[in-house]
Write a protein that binds this ligand. Structure first.
Ligand SMILES: [Zn+2]
Length: 459
């Protein structure tokens, strides 16, 4: 039997053997457990979550010196944690807390083996953190479950358009990565290399791969779709497209679905927690990874907001005992859905992730422009290939554009549209540039508020 004749289930079986037998990981066992628990009732899931929360907090109080001391100083006692609502009294932490206290947050339990990770973040200052092996297996299980909803589970042939930077890894490590990719049936194209000069090469790779699913950074697959459409090129149609790493706007979903003729599944995740939420085939919002993560939406005082109201995303990782994340505000803003999903899963839904707090720009006369304002205006200017909006000073917003065919009429239209909302107290700098670099992770930062990050650093 040739490789192609093996069914998706056959490949999945081989991946299972490799994960359990060679890597000695519990990824598939946890994935199976999560496939079952997604159908629990909301009440059962809440009970499961609360039990896991208590277990984590007891562990942190006993084994994580920073949490123990911080809670004690605030007079917090786990014996008073009787219901989920009591948890609102526990302090919220952020990147800065972890940057300062990482070592004292780590578990002192004997035999704890940690995996070290880092994330870039919009301020450019990396965040280093740790997780234990057991929680890594759980998050990989949750990743497989969420990607299965989007038709991209292990065993399917997948074409990745992803932020793959040139690596300095050892030859042994590279060989291992190649084996892993082959087993997981992944072909990866780097979004760093995507451009007008390479669009044919990317299309050829996609045609060769004939994937069941495309898995992509949102902005990269959107740019690729626009480039294909502008050239009249028709790509093969996968069964589904899973997007992540960057916020998905409705107009982007429409364009991607039109060009590839297949449904888009949005996902929401981060380096700190991997998959936080993902869409099922009802596309009614993002089902939370509720068994592993306690996701709260709170106002600036740390109190819960109602479904339908935007709040700060605060995450507790119920599985990471190595370096606990307890009430970690990741800087994102989101809205919870008021009701469950018609698919019948008990996992609650996020209606939408609205963006990063840092993406909000401000004007001297006190207006604030949400992060989605510029993407929605600039999408209507076909001359713009790529753009970035940067605020470095209180009185100026710089709009950098890659637009070879830019006309004075385009500029006049853009200035009129922005001024209508932003007012006249803010100065607009429209700069034409030849390239806008991606972040180290391959993401396109469309709106950058340097003012907010420098204020934060001073504070
Ligand atoms: Zn659903």
């Amino acid at each position: 039997m040739t490789a192609d004749q093996l069914s998706i289930a056959g490949w999945r079986g081989m991946i299972h053997l490799y994960e359990a037998g060679v890597l000695r990981r519990y990824v598939f066992r946890h994935w199976q457990a999560l496939e079952a628990s997604q159908w629990y009732t909301p009440g059962q899931l809440q009970a499961l979550q609360f039990e896991r929360l208590r277990r984590l907090l007891l562990h942190a109080q006993a084994k994580s010196p920073w949490y123990r001391d911080t809670w004690r100083a605030r007079g917090l006692d786990l014996r008073t944690l009787a219901a989920p609502g009591d948890f609102h009294r526990w302090p919220i932490i952020d990147r800065e807390t972890i940057r300062t206290h990482r070592m004292a947050m780590r578990s002192t339990a004997a035999g704890t083996r940690l995996i070290h990770k880092a994330t870039g973040g919009s301020s450019g200052v990396p965040l280093h953190f740790d997780l234990d092996h057991g929680s890594n297996d759980w998050r990989m299980g949750a990743w497989h479950r969420g990607y299965r909803w989007g038709g991209a589970e292990p065993g399917t042939r997948q074409w990745y358009l992803w932020g793959v930077a040139p690596t300095s890894a050892s030859a042994w490590r590279k060989r291992k990565d190649r084996l892993y990719d082959a087993l997981y049936r992944r072909t990866t194209a780097s979004c760093f290399a995507l451009g007008t000069a390479t669009v044919d090469r990317f299309l050829a790779s996609l045609v060769r791969t004939r994937p069941h699913a495309i898995v992509a950074y949102t902005n990269a697959i959107y740019e690729f779709a626009r480039m294909l459409e502008a050239r009249g090129l028709v790509p093969p149609s996968p069964r589904s497209i899973v997007v992540g790493a960057e916020r998905l706007h409705d107009y982007q979903r429409e364009t991607i679905e039109r060009v590839f003729r297949s449904p888009v599944f949005e996902t929401y995740g981060s380096r700190e927690f991997m998959l936080i939420g993902a869409e099922c085939d009802r596309h009614a919002g993002l089902h939370l990874t509720h068994e592993n993560l306690l996701v709260e939406l709170v106002d600036d005082d740390g109190l819960p907001v109602q479904p339908g109201t935007e709040g700060n995303v605060v995450v507790t990782d119920l599985m990471n005992f190595g370096m606990p994340f307890i009430r970690y505000a990741n800087g994102d803003r989101a809205i919870a859905a008021p009701a469950g999903c018609s698919c019948g899963r008990g996992l609650p839904l996020l209606e939408t992730v609205t963006g990063r707090r840092l993406d909000i720009l401000t004007t001297p006369d006190g207006r604030s422009l949400p992060g989605e304002f510029f993407p929605h205006i600039l999408k209507d200017l076909p001359a713009i290939d790529r753009y970035q909006v940067v605020q470095e000073r209180a009185d100026t917003i710089a709009i950098r554009i890659v637009a070879p065919a830019w006309t004075p009429a385009d500029e006049a239209w853009l200035r009129r549209e922005v001024t209508a909302v932003a007012g006249t107290a803010i100065h607009l700098d429209v700069e034409r540039v030849s390239q806008i670099a991606l972040t180290a992770a391959g993401k396109l930062q469309v709106v950058v508020n340097r003012l907010a990050s420098s204020q934060r650093e001073r504070a």
